[in-house]
Each structure stands twice: as structure tokens, then as C-alpha cells.
Design a protein around this ligand. Structure first.
Ligand SMILES: [Zn+2]
Ligand SMILES: [Zn+2]
Ligand SMILES: [Zn+2]
Length: 692
């Protein structure tokens, strides 16, 4: 018989923990929150100190009943939800629902799901931290007040199904402002002059620097021609050689935000996917005989601190793998971030560096392995010595015209042996080695290459760049980046083009409506200040009702004005180019929850809708009668089916092509592989490269 009941959020986590605790403990999962504000109404009593009205979430009744039954049998209940304010709130709600005294030692927290961490935390249970709970509650209530008040106005004035929100509206505005900036950008002409030099020991390149010892900006062709005409022959004198040693430090360990950015750049993961895979690694993976173990620390964090135990283990590992000179000699890169929230937290790191990606390979899915490798190497690199680069700058003179060549070479790899951080919108630097050059030496110019350029507009936001910008502005917290990016796409406010955000017309309309009547909501500074106030609740510096009240008094006035004055906006639907087969009215494109679809323009009199289907010019391989059409799954993934569906049930993720397999005459499909497209047979082993 179990004496103790432990409640966590997820079944995977429950399974991992149960293993460490032994027979006296029964571990159950609550599957996230059991109580929340109701969906059908505001659920916040603004007349009465913003008293929230919590109800049991629909569908969670049986889980609650089960937990209550187990709670009655248990001698003691431990609430072991995740170590952040969301987890604290889950624990608090559970305490209330199960009749546990929140001031008793009922709460256990751990940053990693490993044997040591679990045992340690169960030795030190504590009461529920009501400041953390208040902070979560304040966020929830504030988001509810904003969302449930503005959205109905948008439904009335613009269109059903729209929403506005504290963080999403700022994110949308950032994307739209950037688009405006790009549209109004005026490119400026500038020039560069490259030069190739030859030397016995090797050729090298230099570029124009200036004249008479001063840097000169080249703005047009006339200026370039003028400079070139003053050159006297092909010989240049090496006027100066400057050698320097440059140190490069490793990046600090991952926070949620930097993890999302780097996974986007290096692995092409969307923020949502990164969080999903990270959660799997955190909650526990079965590692052969060792059993289930959590491979990384908690993935929602804004701290770059790491524990001394983890650092010591890394040091030993680095010594044995790469040698003593590769260990870090100075104090740790990575300390707690400026925002002093979530103090006990650590960066996202492997729970043990001894579990190398190579050793874990057999136990992880492809995506899990990729992300684990990223987290593992980032942390290991952060504990390694800086890299040392030799740089050299060489000035070359011809009749007072100065060219400059720069070279750099890695002298000591240090952390670069393990991991190098990527950057947005910037090319990776490579070694560029110059041949030996001495001051006073003469070198011959072999080619001169003047080039015209134009300044470029700022790039559109990628997911990584948007997360970074939100973080820099102090908006959003580890738990909100991924859901925010998801929401603005789901609502149809933005789309992704070549992995960059492009606002839609609808996004523009919603942004200007919200911006006009609720400028605070779209204002980055205001939102950042609000986030700070919310953080202050978390450390017990300010009561939550005060923070909400200060916001709401003003917000309520804006709501009235918006409701009275906002003009009704007619959104014209894009014609689909075909007529409704039921009533003959033109069909139009609409945005639904799962993307675009066709609907009759005679709505609501005619409710005919159709999925958008594109014929691909291939006869159905199954019934040999229908046409294969491209469709979209509910998750917006493209698949191929027969246009005679439901009579014919042909379906394929891979695009079929019209030619049969030359070997067996079966259907050939285009398979999307990492290397690119490949054509292969669905029956035999025939494969070919696609024809260009
Ligand atoms: Zn119709
Ligand atoms: Zn068919
Ligand atoms: Zn075949």
C-alpha cells in the first residue's frame, strides 16, 4: 500500500518520478490545470476586487474524482508540478480542490528529473508560494480582461473569431511596423572596389579603404572613376601590417528564448516544436538498462546560471576529452539574468554531460537527438576556454590610394571545438589567411573590380528574430514566446513566407483598430512595464489587485470609446473564381481555423463550403478514373487524394507523378528528403534524381 500521493502534470513525468520514489509513493498526473476561468464568460468580478471565478475544466472531472479518491487514502500529499509560476498555480488549485493546507509542507520542486534531484526535493518540501500563485493569477486575469473585452468589439466591428491580447498585439504591431519600414525604404547607392593581389606564396584580396590616410565612402561611379584614374601603375607598397590576438568567448548556456532562437537557426525548428521536444527530454527518456531519466533541466527559464555540480562535471569531462587547456580558467560565463525572477532556476542544460549525444543516439528520436545535441554542446562549450584568433590588417598604398586586406586565423580552438553560436541575417565568418607580408614590400595588383551596391531594407522577422526582439524589449516570458507566435498565425494575422513573417490584410486591419483605440495594448514600452509589475508581484513587492486595478480603470474608458466610435470595417473576400454549385453565387476564399477554404458569398442564405483543392494533372493510381488533387490536412499539412473521394479513398503524403515505375509499373512519388526531392517507387526499390 502506498502511503504518499504525489501529483505532477504529465503522465510521462509521473512515470519517471515513480521509479525514483519507491513503493511508498503513488504518482498521479493532473494533465495540467484542473481549474481555470470559464470559457463561456469573463469569470472576473471587476466590481469585487477582480475576484476570479474558477471552475473545473470541462472533461477534467473524472481526473479530479480519481485524485480525490487517492487523496483520501494517502497519509500525505505532495504537489510536484513544474518549478515555475504556472506549476505553483497548479499546485495551489490542487491544494484547494483536494483539501490540502497550502501552508503545510506540501510542495516539492526540482529543476531536473533525476534521482538525486528528486530525492533532495522530497527531503525539503515547502508550503505553497502564494506570491508566485498571485503572479500567475494576475497574468491570467489581466489577459482575460484584455482578451474577453476587446475581442467582442472586433467581432462586432470587423469579423467573428478575431482576438487581441497583451503580448500578441505587440508582436503583430512589430511585424506590421517592419513591413511599413520595408515598403517605405529608399535604397541608397554605394560602391566598393575590390582588388586581387598576387604573390609567390599565395594570392590575396583587399578592398578600397580611403585616400590620403582617411576612410572614404564611395557613393557613385564618378567618384570611383576619379579614384581609379589616380592610381599609378599596378604596384602597391605595404605601408602597415598590424597583428593582433583576439579572444572569443563562448555563448552562455541556453535560456528558453535563446534555445528557441538557436533551434530555429541551426535545426529549423519552430518555437512550438522546440518546446514540445524539450519537454520530452525534460520529462524522461528510457535509456536502456538505466531506465527512465530526465535528460535536460526544466526548459522554461530566463536564467543562464548553472549549478556548481554541473560545472564540475563538465570540467572533468572536458579535461578527459580535450585536455586541460580546453577547460575554462575564468569565472563562469552565465549568471542570473537582470530580471531577478525565478532565482533558483538554472539555464537549460543536460542533467549530466556524461550522457553524450553519441551515447544517447540509440534512445532518442531524430528530433530529440538534434535538440539534445544542441543543448549538450552549448552547455559544454560554455564551460570551455575562449578561442584565440590571430588577426592581421595590412594597408597597401599606391599614389595615396589606400587598400586594406584583413585576415584572421584560429590559433587555438577552445570552445569552438564543440559549438559555435549562429546569428540571424549574418554570414558565418571563415578563416581567411593572408600570405606573409612585410612593411615596405611591393606587391602587384592583378585585378581591380569596382562594384555598385544598394543599401538593403531591414529584413522581415523570422521566428527567431521576433523572439529575440520581444525579449530585448522586455515583453513576454519563457512560457509565452511560443504560444504568441502560434496565435498570430492561427488568427490569420500573419503568414510565413520563406520562414519570415508577412502581415495579412486582416492583420493590418486588426492592428490599426486596436492601435487606434487601445494604444497601450500595442505599445511595447507599456507592455514591458506591465510585465515588470507582474514580476514584482512574484517577489511579493506589490499586491496583484493593485496592478490590475491601475490598468483596468483606464482600460475600461477606452473600451467604452471603442465600442461607441470604432467604425464597422467591411472585409471584402477574395473571389475564388468559381460559382457555387448549390445556388450559383460566386464562391469566395475565407480564413478558417485550419487555413483558407472556399465558401459561398451568399452566406448566410447558402452555407455551402468547399476545401481548396488543386488538381496536379495525375490520374488516380488507385481507381484510375479520378484526378489526384492537392489538399490540406487539419494541421495544414499538404497531402494528395483522389477527387472522387469519398468513393475512392486514395491518399498519399508524397506527391504522385504521372509516369509509372520503369521497373515494376507501380506509382512513382516525389519524396521530400533532407537532401532535396527524390523520386521513388511506392512498391519496389527504384529511385531516381528528379529531372530539372
Ligand atoms: Zn451557394
Ligand atoms: Zn481514385
Ligand atoms: Zn517500382
Amino acid at each position: 500500500m502506498a502511503d504518499y500521493l504525489v501529483i505532477v502534470e504529465s503522465p510521462a513525468k509521473a512515470k519517471t518520478i515513480e521509479r525514483y520514489l519507491g513503493k511508498k509513493y503513488k504518482v498521479r498526473a493532473s494533465l495540467g490545470h484542473l481549474r481555470d476561468l470559464p470559457r463561456s464568460q469573463m469569470g472576473v468580478d471587476v466590481e469585487n476586487n477582480y475576484e476570479p471565478k474558477y471552475i473545473t475544466i470541462r472533461g477534467k472531472g473524472p481526473i479530479l474524482q480519481d485524485l480525490k479518491k487517492e487523496a483520501k487514502k494517502a497519509k500525505k500529499i505532495f504537489l510536484a508540478a513544474d518549478p515555475d509560476r504556472e506549476g505553483e498555480a497548479i499546485a495551489w488549485h490542487l491544494a484547494h480542490q483536494l483539501g490540502v493546507d497550502e501552508n503545510s509542507d506540501c510542495r516539492v520542486v526540482f529543476n531536473e528529473i533525476t534521482k538525486d534531484a528528486i530525492n533532495e526535493s522530497f527531503k525539503n518540501p515547502r508550503p505553497i508560494n502564494t506570491d508566485l500563485v498571485d503572479a500567475q493569477q494576475a497574468r491570467r486575469i489581466l489577459d482575460r480582461l484584455v482578451g474577453y473585452n476587446i475581442s467582442p468589439i472586433l467581432w462586432k466591428k470587423v469579423k467573428k473569431g478575431l482576438s487581441a491580447g497583451r503580448v500578441q498585439s505587440v508582436a503583430l504591431k512589430l511585424i506590421i511596423d517592419r513591413e511599413e519600414e520595408i515598403k517605405s525604404f529608399e535604397p541608397e547607392e554605394y560602391w566598393s572596389i575590390g582588388a586581387g593581389f598576387s604573390k609567390k606564396e599565395g594570392n590575396f584580396e583587399a578592398s578600397f579603404y580611403g585616400t590620403a590616410g582617411k576612410k572614404v565612402k564611395l557613393t557613385d561611379k564618378k567618384q570611383v572613376d576619379g579614384i581609379l584614374s589616380t592610381l599609378d601603375g599596378d604596384d602597391f607598397t605595404v605601408s602597415q601590417v598590424v597583428k593582433k590576438e583576439r579572444k572569443r568567448n563562448p555563448a552562455v548556456p541556453f535560456t528558453t528564448s535563446s534555445l528557441q532562437q538557436e533551434a530555429a537557426r541551426k535545426l529549423n525548428f519552430r518555437a512550438k516544436k522546440t518546446m514540445m521536444v524539450a519537454q520530452q527530454l525534460y520529462e524522461g527518456i528510457t535509456i536502456g538498462k538505466e531506465g527512465i531519466v530526465g535528460l535536460i533541466t526544466y526548459m522554461r527559464t530566463d536564467s543562464t546560471r548553472t549549478s556548481e555540480t554541473a560545472q564540475a562535471e563538465a570540467k572533468t569531462h572536458i579535461e578527459s576529452m580535450y585536455g586541460e587547456e580546453f577547460t575554462r580558467k575564468t569565472k563562469a560565463a552565465g549568471k542570473s539574468s537582470a530580471a531577478k525572477t525565478q532565482d533558483a532556476h538554472e539555464a537549460v542544460r543536460p542533467t549530466s554531460v556524461l550522457r553524450t549525444p553519441e551515447a544517447m543516439k540509440a534512445f532518442l528520436s531524430k528530433d530529440q537527438l538534434k535538440l539534445y545535441k544542441l543543448i549538450w554542446s552549448r552547455f559544454l562549450a560554455s564551460q570551455m576556454a575562449p578561442a584565440i584568433l590571430d588577426t592581421v590588417t595590412v594597408d597597401l598604398l599606391n599614389n595615396d590610394v589606400q587598400f586594406r586586406a584583413t585576415g584572421s586565423q584560429v590559433k587555438f580552438q577552445g570552445f569552438m571545438k564543440v559549438y559555435i553560436e549562429s546569428h540571424d541575417d549574418k554570414e558565418e565568418e571563415k578563416d581567411n589567411v593572408l600570405p606573409p607580408l612585410a612593411e615596405g614590400e611591393t606587391v602587384t595588383c592583378a585585378s581591380i573590380d569596382p562594384k555598385q551596391h544598394f543599401t538593403q531594407p531591414p529584413p522581415r522577422f523570422s521566428e527567431a528574430r521576433l523572439v529575440k526582439t520581444l525579449e530585448e524589449l522586455g515583453i513576454g516570458r519563457p512560457s509565452t514566446y511560443a504560444p504568441t507566435l502560434d496565435t498570430i498565425q492561427k488568427r490569420g494575422y500573419v503568414t510565413l513566407d520563406a520562414k519570415r513573417f508577412v502581415p495579412t490584410e486582416l492583420g493590418g486591419i486588426v492592428n490599426s483598430a486596436v492601435n487606434q483605440y487601445f494604444s497601450d495594448i500595442t505599445n511595447a514600452e507599456f507592455t514591458a512595464k506591465m510585465e515588470q509589475s507582474l514580476d514584482h508581484i512574484e517577489v511579493g513587492e506589490i499586491p496583484w489587485v493593485k496592478v490590475i486595478d491601475e490598468f483596468y480603470v483606464d482600460f475600461e474608458k477606452h473600451l467604452k470609446v471603442a465600442d461607441e466610435e470604432m467604425e464597422k470595417i467591411e472585409i471584402k473576400d477574395e473571389p475564388a473564381g468559381e460559382d457555387c454549385e448549390k445556388c450559383g453565387s460566386p464562391m469566395v476564399y475565407k480564413m478558417g481555423r485550419y487555413g483558407k477554404f472556399m465558401a459561398c458569398s451568399n452566406f448566410p442564405d447558402c452555407r455551402n463550403t468547399k476545401a481548396i483543392i488543386k488538381p496536379i494533372g495525375v490520374t488516380c493510381p488507385l481507381c484510375k478514373e479520378g484526378e489526384v488533387v492537392e489538399r490540406k490536412s487539419k494541421k495544414n499539412r499538404i497531402f494528395y487524394g483522389c477527387d472522387r473521394y469519398p468513393e475512392c479513398e486514395y491518399i498519399s503524403w508524397d506527391k504522385p507523378i504521372s509516369r509509372p515505375c520503369p521497373k515494376c509499373e507501380s506509382t512513382l512519388v516525389e519524396k521530400r528528403l533532407k537532401k532535396g526531392l527524390q523520386i521513388q517507387c511506392t512498391e519496389c526499390d527504384y529511385k531516381e534524381k528528379p529531372q530539372e
